[in-house]
Design a protein around this ligand. Sequence first.
Ligand code: ATP
Length: 235
Amino acid sequence: MSAPLLEVDDVEVAYGDAVALPGLSVAVAEGETLALVGANGAGKSTLLRTVCGLLRPRRGAVRLDGDDVTALPAHARVARGIAMSPEGRRLFPSLSVEENLLVGGYARRRGPWDLAAVYELFPLVAERRSRPAANLSGGEQQAVAIGRALMANPRLLLLDEVSLGLAPVVVAQLYAALPRITGQGTTVLVVEQDVHQAMAVADRVQCLLEGRTVLEGPAERIDRTALAAAYFGVA
Ligand code: ATP
């Protein structure tokens, strides 16, 4: 079997003395969508920030397509094909929607995603292209954040808490775009607190508790009762 596109190998990540990930491993095959689930503080965002280069592990390695990228800064990882839509969107509020998208394309690779393709994926974003990002609704801002990551033409797209603070109907609209993204061959690692949403979109689910994997498996085979117990750490 070929190496996974993303291989996080036994990473230990700490904030000062507080160890968030005591030695976590995650692998995502090319073309696969993996959902990381877990309660608040389980370490999901820490893992994503480690993959995209915003955090450096004290031990362990991050490999993309077999290449060790652990020492590379975040911008160099974008050029290698790792792009993230971060928790809380993190748009530039006073820049227009289009300017925010263009920022995402700064270190872009060749590929299917450009302004026109993002606007086709999210027509509401196209309508608001000249408005300051701050003027958009939460769901529209989330669409811009995903579009900004796509502008880099990533091989691996990291999505952190797409559903946070959004109405279920808006979340459903955003996730409806995912098959169009994976259909381009993009590999996706999504972090979700909404387990039902995660199971609906992912090929595989990995549940974390206090920085450790407590359950993992193909989405269609995971037992929901066991997942609920793992999520809350009930033995
Ligand atoms: P959430 O859904 O709340 O974002 P999460 O699963 O993404 O949860 P992380 O944000 O990765 O969890 O947090 C993992 C652990 O690291 C928690 O114990 C958290 O308190 C701690 N932590 C996260 N960010 C920091 C930080 N900047 N400084 C110190 N500790 C942090």
